[in-house]
Design a protein. Structure first.
Length: 325
């Protein structure tokens, strides 16, 4: 018989309800009782996932927010053991980008036990701080400098717990009043070194943010490349251009010919530059905050990030009639 492990962030889930749903899914699919592994403040999922892999489970279910998913995926990368998502928390960024169900536990568990395997790319970031210490981390959705990371740092955690992504509205207002710029040099795929000033640099493995905002319209989780956006607004009009471009890219205005004419279909804007590649090296003029999949990883002076192609297997919904009922 098959067996799963579930890595649970106990703060993010209703344990009695989840255990009951697991028992029902195990009965539907004829699986053994799931190995229940809880995260702790000292170990947010790495040790638990390694334990599951050592037990040779058939799938590891991540039950928590984006941080739990990222940590579990980091430990599963390259093992061949599939990751299944049980979305919790406010972001659920990977689940959103894969088009998975966000609020149906039974459906998510059916995907874990009877879904199809989908290999996806993983981003690997080597982060170096001002002391020269280098750490390596995996991410699934996005890595960001500038306003992206500053917004996360400025967000009220209590408000986020109560209001979800609406809590970022206040943070955005705070950050946009900050006039600090990033000064950096970057090299893409071993090419020419470029020096730029920017407000934000985001490296994406996926394209969508919460509220279905498509920031990186050409990003795909399995194309072996990053999509990168550099935001360089000059004053208020630059921000207007960026907001208009993003909302056009998310498919609202481009659905109509009138909208395409208004926004200038296919037109590039100075305030927002897109790049694509497999490896990006960034060196900053001073330490700056960096975030991976919505979690801050301190201040760094440099980052080297590369794509690890198709190195993680994710469970996605399969044939809905396959379960034994």
């Amino acid at each position: 018989m098959s067996i799963a492990a579930i890595v649970v962030n106990p703060v993010k889930v209703d344990e009695p309800a989840l255990r009951a749903a697991l028992a029902a899914a195990e009965e539907r699919w004829g699986w053994e009782p799931t190995l229940w592994l809880e995260t702790t403040p000292d170990d947010p999922g790495t040790g638990q996932t390694r334990q599951a892999v050592e037990r040779a489970v058939d799938v590891v279910i991540a039950a928590g927010g984006d941080g739990t998913v990222r940590t579990v995926a980091e430990a599963l990368r390259g093992t061949g053991t599939p990751l299944a998502l049980l979305p919790s928390g406010t972001g659920n960024l990977l689940a959103r980008n894969l088009g998975l169900t966000l609020d149906d536990v039974g459906h998510s568990l059916d995907s874990a036990f009877g879904g199809d395997d989908r290999p996806i790319d993983v981003g690997v970031a080597e982060l170096r701080d001002s002391d020269g210490t280098t750490t390596e981390h995996a991410y699934l959705v996005m890595a960001g400098f500038g306003i992206d990371a500053q917004m996360i740092a400025a967000t009220d955690d209590d408000l986020k717990a109560k209001a979800g992504w609406l809590a970022y509205v206040k943070a955005i207002g705070t950050v946009l009043r900050d006039k600090n710029e990033l000064r950096l040099r970057y090299r893409l795929d071993g090419g020419t070194v470029h020096s730029v000033r920017a407000h934000t640099v985001i490296v994406g493995n996926c394209g969508s943010l919460p509220a279905n905002i498509l920031l990186l319209p050409d990003a795909a989780v399995d194309d072996g490349q990053f999509d990168i956006v550099v935001l360089r607004p000059e004053g208020f009009f630059g921000w207007v251009q960026i907001v208009a471009k993003v909302f056009w890219e998310n498919g609202v205005l481009r659905r109509t010919s009138v909208g395409r004419r208004m926004m200038g279909s296919g037109r590039e804007i100075r305030a927002m530059n897109y790049l694509k590649g497999r490896e990006l090296v960034v060196r900053l003029s001073r330490p700056e905050s960096v975030d991976l999949d919505g979690d801050l990883f301190g201040e760094v002076i440099a980052m080297r990030t590369r794509v690890d192609p198709l190195s993680l297997v994710v469970k996605v919904p399969g044939d809905p009639g396959a379960a034994t009922r």
